[in-house]
Design a protein around this ligand. Structure first.
Ligand code: SF4
Length: 750
């Protein structure tokens, strides 16, 4: 137990782990964080926390914390240096590389764990200062397909509704989400709702019988990557049985294949081929269960779908998102209480920090495309930089960026330097064998709080502050931005990213662009935030009303659109008469007309301003790899409740490390029998890309032929990402972490 009650003060903030965005209070005693408790007024968690959030303060005091800047010497060892020396060295090297190889020779790779102020600052420095769109972040690896889905279906990123819909729903559809372990507080809300309302149906669609699937009224088991066929089959059943909402479809949706539009009959004929029996053969999902799921989904009165990486980390991730949106549009289960499609974000600030600030290679603040003349000109004016400064050409997406990262001796690799912050690509990228050399050969600068697999490859390591040592805003899955106030000082000479970015800008002659050089991190944060909400004031994502003063007072932050200082924030988008969808002036600028007032629902999609969302006619397509004679198993990966991402923080909390000290491979008993494997045997897992060696756990969680490995283990031989597939979705460029064809070999007994 932590030191609840025995503290000098409690400081309001948000949890720094998953995208649920639980509100917390950090207990401070004698200048040290000694406890964390849930904020009872936070609308995300109502005072509850999972183990990671509860124990997060312990991360801050681990002896491994990076405390001083370090530069790698010729002999390969790091030497402690002053901040001036480290920053001068980085700035000089970046200038040299940009002068010699062009403005795009140095890339920024950020994280959904940076604060919004940090992502905004680095994005501005690169795009407005260096004139380079070589800006990416790890949300490309987790949420890009959800973004692609929202934008292609509705025309604007991020969910329609909020967590508050959970308690209003009559049917909860969880797809590709082990909510109980990855978003435990959301799962708690689902469970409570079910306990209070036994008639509420819970459907889980996913290859493994996870702890989430175990509580479901209906588990739809599917082979990895085949759920597109299940969604089409559900749509077929909904139409065949006349469970669809004809008026809703007529008024609010159009049928399209992405190029042409069609009448409804064309769609009905298209999905008709996906009979449940045929789909059962393809997916191993029982036909009767598909029928039952379709009936519950369509007729519940309010169906709420939540999904996460199981849907996104796929070569057909955007399509999977589109087809799931189809079911909501078809049945009118959208933009009303308890009914919406809702993506759960993996990281605390993937939405607020990276997507909303446009810190990806193709975006500008407000999630608007860099290729848009209008938005570039808009942002250039806001940033007070000459017209034509921002490059209209998108930079490289994450996988392409790392593929093009190499040293000065490698003419084929145009990116020669990189600055990474708060992420660990040397462990988290898929198909690691392909990308480690580029990181090693290039000029790599790493900002982090601990040594990681990535700092091992770095030329310069800059010690960063933890969120409770610097403060800042996180925007969680439900469009909610929450301010964390600084609680304590960072250890040694560790510094906030905003300060580091401002110091770098100063040394590169761009001080005017990043004028928040304050030593007081909250003062710098406020300046960055204020500029950010000004720049995005006229977008549908506006947080103009969420000034710092207000965020300090609001117990639970604010949800965008929040267009004015007296606006309460928006629980549900696209609903007329409930809350303004977005700033009217912004709409007028985009479409040169007033927001129509005669429609109940208005999706942003239609460039003509008609407000219709897309029901997509997408052909079925499977994953990039399916099992074969040489690689007879599917491998899928995921998280466990106690460990976060690559384990660099949670493995340093003794309680969490003890609970889940190492990775393992889950094998179905039938497969174990065939290969003469017992629990504890060491198993070599091999894909076309690499190998990993892990102890076996024989368990009936997945169907035969499907293996599961959690990916937090930092030991080289246990790192499963050597095995994972780096094939990407054509639209979102998100890799197919979730599906690889592999073979296994028992190499030793316990
Ligand atoms: Fe933190 Fe997520 Fe746990 Fe909430 S559910 S305490 S946000 S890790």
């Amino acid at each position: 137990a932590n030191a609840q009650g025995n503290v000098d003060k409690w400081v309001k903030g948000a949890c720094r782990f998953c995208g649920t965005g639980c509100g917390v209070y950090v207990g401070v005693k004698n200048g040290k964080a000694v406890a964390i408790k849930g904020n009872p007024d936070a609308k995300t968690n109502f005072g509850f926390l999972c183990v990671k959030g509860f124990l997060a303060y312990k991360v801050m005091y681990h002896p491994d914390r990076l405390k001083y800047p370090m530069i790698r010497q010729k002999n390969g060892n790091f030497e402690k240096v002053s901040w001036d020396k480290a920053l001068d060295y980085v700035a000089d090297k970046f200038k040299y590389l940009q002068n010699k190889y062009g403005k795009d020779a140095v890339a920024y790779y950020g994280s959904g764990q940076c604060t919004t102020e940090e992502s905004y600052t680095f994005n501005k420095l690169w795009k407005g200062g260096f004139r380079s769109n070589m800006v990416e972040g790890n949300p490309r690896l987790c949420m890009a397909s959800a973004v692609g889905g929202y934008v292609s279906t509705f025309g604007s990123d991020e969910p329609v509704g909020s967590y508050a819909d959970i308690e209003k729903s009559k049917c909860i559809f969880l797809v590709g989400s082990n909510t109980s372990e990855c978003h435990p507080i959301i799962f708690r809300r689902v469970m409570r709702h079910k306990l209070n309302n036994p008639d509420v149906k819970i459907i889980v669609c996913e290859p493994r019988k996870t702890n989430t699937a175990k509580i479901a009224d209906l588990w739809l088991p599917v082979d990895p990557g085949t759920d597109l066929a299940v969604f089409h089959s559900m749509a077929r059943e909904i139409i065949k049985n006349n469970w669809y909402n004809e008026d809703f479809v007529k008024n609010n949706a159009r049928i399209t294949d992405g190029k042409n539009t069609y009448d409804f009959k064309k769609y009905a004929d298209f999905v008709d081929q996906f009979t449940p029996e045929k789909v059962e053969k393809l997916t191993r999902c029982p036909a009767e269960d598909i029928r039952k799921a379709a009936e519950w989904f369509a007729n519940s009165g309010a169906t709420y779908t939540m999904w996460t990486m199981g849907l996104n980390q796929r070569t057909r991730g955007v399509w999977a998102n589109n087809l799931m949106h189809n079911l909501h549009l078809l049945t009118g289960n959208i933009a009303k209480p308890g009914a919406d499609p809702f993506s759960l974000t993996g990281q605390p600030n993937a939405c607020g920090g990276v997507r909303e600030t446009g810190s990806l290679c193709h975006l500008l603040p407000g999630t608007k495309p860099v290729a848009s003349d209008m938005w570039r000109s808009y942002v250039e004016k806001a940033w007070k930089i000459p017209e034509g400064t921002i490059d209209p050409k998108p930079g490289f997406h994450t996988i392409k960026m790392f593929d093009n990262l190499g040293g000065e001796n490698n003419p084929d690799k145009p990116i020669k330097g990189m600055l990474t912050s708060t992420t660990n690509p040397a462990q988290s990228l898929p198909n690691l064998n392909k990308y480690l050399k580029g990181m090693k050969d290039s000029f790599l600068v790493v900002l982090d709080i601990f040594p990681t697999r990535t700092t091992q490859l770095a030329d310069v390591v800059l010690p960063a502050a933890f969120i409770y040592e610097k403060g800042g805003v996180y925007g969680c899955s439900e469009r909610r931005s929450q301010l964390t106030e600084k609680c304590v000082n960072p250890p040694g000479e560790a510094k906030p990213d905003v300060w580091i970015a401002a110091q770098l800008a100063k040394r590169m002659g761009l001080e005017r662009l990043i004028p928040w050089n304050d030593d007081d991190s909250m003062a710098a944060n406020e300046k960055a935030w204020t500029e950010y909400i000004t720049v995005t004031k006229d977008t549908d994502h506006t947080l103009w009303g969420a000034k710092y003063d207000r965020l300090k007072k609001e117990p639970a932050g604010l949800q965008w659109p929040c267009p004015s200082i007296d606006h309460p924030g928006t629980y549900k988008r696209y609903v007329r008469g409930m809350d303004p969808m977005f700033n009217h002036e912004g709409f007028k600028k985009l479409f040169n007309k007033d927001i129509p007032s005669d429609e109940k629902i208005f999706f942003y999609m239609d460039k003509k301003g008609e407000g219709k969302a897309n029901i997509f006619l997408r052909p079925y397509a499977g994953p990039a790899e399916t099992p074969s004679a040489a690689y007879p198993f599917y491998l899928t990966t995921g998280r466990v409740i106690e460990q976060w991402h690559t384990g660099t923080m949670t493995m340093r909390v003794p309680e969490l490390a003890r609970a889940h000290p190492n990775a393992y491979v889950e094998i179905h008993p039938d497969d174990a029998k065939k290969y003469n494997i017992t629990s504890g045997d060491m198993i070599k897992i091999t894909s076309r890309r690499g190998t990993s060696i892990l102890p076996a756990v024989i368990v009936e969680n997945s169907m035969p032929g499907i293996l599961f490995v959690p990916w937090f283990d930092q030991r080289i031989s246990e790192m499963i990402n050597f095995v994972c597939n780096d094939a990407v979705d054509k639209g979102s460029k998100e890799p197919e972490f979730k599906i690889a064809a592999v073979k296994i070999e028992r190499i030793s007994g316990p």
